[in-house]
Design a protein around this ligand. Structure first.
Ligand code: ADP
Ligand code: MG
Length: 367
């Protein structure tokens, strides 16, 4: 291990030689040294400088930021598959249309994590284990990305399809490797759709596997004390019991948009072409009620595409209504294809008798 003096010397030497690769590598070593000495604020500050000032490609930036090359990422032993994906977060919270209470909760989580060192100096912990729940297409994944972006941290996507192995004991071992990895540096680790694994298995096999993985995940989550912000996301909050949701510091329920939010999503996505004067967007938004943000976004983008191809700007009522009809048809089709008998909560990890599920407890989610 080098002394701080040597590290600074290497930095200056690389700078004077105009060697940006050596400079970056020296700076990363310096950051690691400061972190080892528990100087987390300084380490993170320098990392932010490195991230913002870099002229390299996104992936190089992210990998260098967390000091990890692809070969260092956790892998499944038998199959050699990489278990996580490292991303540089791009989407910002401002680009999302969020209900006020969600916005507020996310802001609080971000503030607590930005000032984690101050909280720790008072013996307090920032909210660092978060559950995002709610129907598909309402912003869980993208909000996790935006939170990482706001914290200048890399987003690490945990690939559950890769984690689940047919080899006995390997699944838990894989999860352990992922937790060991996310402990190494501050990052935002997204365990996305962590309850939707093994889709190709039979129902019976799947439930056994699901129970095992969710249980292992929760045990490791309980024991986790790193600086990383862990976000677990699920579309099936009805399957999760309160024993499970109590383990999280915060639960955020991403609901479908109301008509005002629908209008906002439409407007934002059609901004580039503009709208014909006199379109009744209010009544159209009411008409789309029940759709997810992603569905509404598709209506808008479909109208934009049609108008561009027909060389008709701005977008007119007829085009927009046709796009809305198309999307409604798609939504109905998808709903019919995916509607299957619900898994009972009793088939999932142990719960105390008489406790209610998240689905019955939406207020808890919104709290
Ligand atoms: N709240 C939102 N505001 C703006 N766009 C959204 C919102 N939620 C979803 N979208 C759009 O829909 C897409 C899918 O959202 P995603 O975050 O993947 O949904 P989920 O993870 O809840 O299934 C996003 O990439 C984004 O373009
Ligand atoms: Mg998602």
């Amino acid at each position: 291990m080098s002394t701080t003096g040597e590290l600074v010397r290497n930095l200056i030497q690389a700078f004077m030689a105009g060697d940006s690769n050596s400079f970056r590598s020296a700076a990363e070593k310096y950051v690691a040294e400061e972190r080892r000495k528990n100087h987390h604020i300084l380490a993170r500050d320098i990392e932010k400088l490195l991230l913002n000032g870099a002229s390299t490609t996104a992936s190089t930036k992210t990998f260098s930021l967390i000091g990890t090359s692809v070969t260092d990422l956790p892998r499944d032993k038998e199959r050699g598959i990489v278990l996580v994906e490292v991303m540089e977060p791009k989407r910002t919270l401002e680009s999302l249309v969020l209900a006020q209470n969600i916005q507020h909760t996310l802001d609080t989580i971000i503030q607590e994590n930005r000032k984690a060192d101050i909280l720790r100096s008072y013996g307090l912990r920032p909210a660092s284990k978060i559950l995002f729940c709610g129907p598909p297409g309402c912003g869980k994944t993208i909000a996790a990305e935006a939170v990482a972006q706001a914290l200048y941290l890399p987003l690490v996507l945990v690939r559950f399809d890769a984690i689940v192995s047919s080899y006995l004991g390997e699944t838990a071992a894989n999860l352990r490797k992922v937790f060991d990895f996310v402990r190494t540096r501050p990052m935002v680790a997204l365990f996305d759709e962590f309850d939707a694994i093994g889709k190709s298995r039979t129902a019976e096999e799947e439930h056994g596997e699901l129970k095992r993985v969710v249980n292992s995940f929760l045990q490791m989550l309980d024991g986790f004390r790193g600086e990383t912000l862990i976000i677990a996301a699920t579309n099936h909050q009805g399957l999760l019991d309160s024993a499970l949701w109590r383990r999280f510091d915060e639960i955020v329920f991403f609901d479908r948009p109301d008509s005002e939010a629908i209008r906002e999503v439409l407007l934002r996505n059609m901004k580039q072409l503009g709208l014909e004067h006199g379109i009744d967007l209010k009544s159209l938004s009411r008409d789309l009620s029940g759709m997810s943000h992603a569905d509404v976004e598709r209506v808008a983008l479909d109208a934009v595409k049609t108008s561009v191809l027909a060389d008709k700007h701005p977008i007119d009522t007829k085009t927009l209504k046709a796009s809305a009809r198309n999307q409604k048809r798609r939504v109905t089709l998808t709903n019919n294809m995916t509607s299957k008998p619900e898994t009972k909560a009793s088939q999932l990890p142990t719960t105390n008798e008489g406790e209610t599920s998240i689905a019955e407890n939406k207020e808890e989610c919104n709290a």
